[in-house]
Design a protein around this ligand. Sequence first.
Ligand code: FAD
Ligand code: SIN
Length: 504
Amino acid sequence: MYDNFQSDFLVIGSGIAGLNFALQVSKYGTVAIVTKKELMESNSNYAQGGIAAVLDKHDSFKSHIKDTLTTGCFINDKKAVEVLVKNAPKQIEHLINVGVGFSRENGKLCLTKEGGHSERRIAYVNDATGKEIERALLHQIRHHKNISTFESHIAFDLLIKNKKCIGALVFDTEKNEILQFSAKATIIATGGAGQVYSRNCNPKIATGDGVAMAASIGAKIRDMEFIQFHPTALALKNKPAFLISETVRGEDGILKNKNGKEFMDKYHKLHNLAPRDIVSRAIFAEMKKNQTNHVFLDIRHKGSAYIKKRFPYIFEKLWWFGIKMDKNMIPVAPAVHYICGGIHTDTNGETNIPGLYAFGEVAHTGVHGANRLASNSLLECLVFSDRAIRSVAKYIENELQLPTYTPHTHKVVKPTTVIFNQIKNKKRSIQKMMWNNVGIVREEKKMKKTLKKLLNLEIEIEKIFNKGISAPIIELRNINRVAILITKAALERKESIGCHYRLS
Ligand code: FAD
Ligand code: SIN
């Protein structure tokens, strides 16, 4: 028995981009939000550092624009960057109105600094900014009469009729059922793709589903080669690559090598606060030189009381891993963090496919160029989901009827242990290949070999998928498709620039 859920707007994803859009567009019609796991589970929920915006009288739009372009190596879309930066203060005000409790001192918003910024311009909520924004948005959404939410629902194919996107096929992972969600406008807000790589600091949901689904119906995809590594993820054997926020360096944390010596002065004039691609490669170089698998981040000099108050979340997490950040240096190494490319859109979230919109990390608006400036991502989610409201609402004015049910031929099959293990092993081998061969330093020969393997895997994965759908096979299919897009893009771009660094 297949159901068909109809709404004016279908939002795929419940991170900050999806939730912010859903909340505001709900005055124009009914909204269905489908999300893979629980509503809170998203990259957004783990965002630590904060949101960049010009909020201080000594700062200027010109300076924020310049920092964004410099970090992006000047291949950003300049118009999109202007839109991003000039709308930032308004978005902070909007969040305050929604109920976000930003950190303040004497009533004034606290501002911090991160790599590539020439001013203190990052508003934050201690070291767990994303969680507080998700909380505030969900508080408004949960009982909203125009918004229906569907947890444990994973979208796996977009529906096209008369060249327009009219919704998606969605797999309910609890009931093991395929459902059709039909809508006048479909919004992809599925976030990032960190899980394409073995060492990453993204949650498990970040498997690049939106890009994979959109690419398969002919949406334009851009800049997939620009995979951003975060320089400081925890590097402890058998422990996750837990992110240690760049704001730790923004508040004077220092990178040191295995002998306890500072090294960033050798690599960039901004030392510990150079753009992320530069710091990540510097750390890799130090690790190679000293034959270690990490360097250290040291903030002990700021004192216990300050550290516990400013970084309570990181302090507690590290404590569970056996590290006291007020007494020990933190072992860190780069990990995949963010994808600068994605589904190409204009500054109103429109893709090249009528009825299909994208914003947030899944989208490519061109604001990041070859490398993203720290704390510009939450900002991008807010600015472009907000701008899309008017264009999407206008689009549905001409769509007079809700799309009806379209039959499909997919089967649902619970994977046997053998199939499940096959899926797990294929996923691991893709993640390892991508880390080793399409990672921080790239070589033509290795990338070509990887692409060949990925294309062969695509055929094997498709066979498993066609036998029967399950959540692990949907994700594996998407991870592989995104890995192919990244590798092809990395092969096409011959020069080294920003996050894309080639030896040959
Ligand atoms: P997400 O928040 O990732 O949400 C995507 C949603 O889509 C999730 O709900 C997911 O479950 C759902 N989904 C995915 N696929 C499907 C599917 N097939 N079907 C249904 N649902 C699906 N940026 C900053 O600007 N400042 C920071 O301080 C900062 N800190 C960060 C810290 C960490 C540890 C990480 C990982 C990222 C950080 N970033 C930061 C980046 C930023 O958090 C993300 O880029 C941003 O939150 C992305 O938001 P989003 O709404 O686009 O996607
Ligand atoms: C961090 O807190 O270091 C993450 C900030 C970002 O990704 O913009």
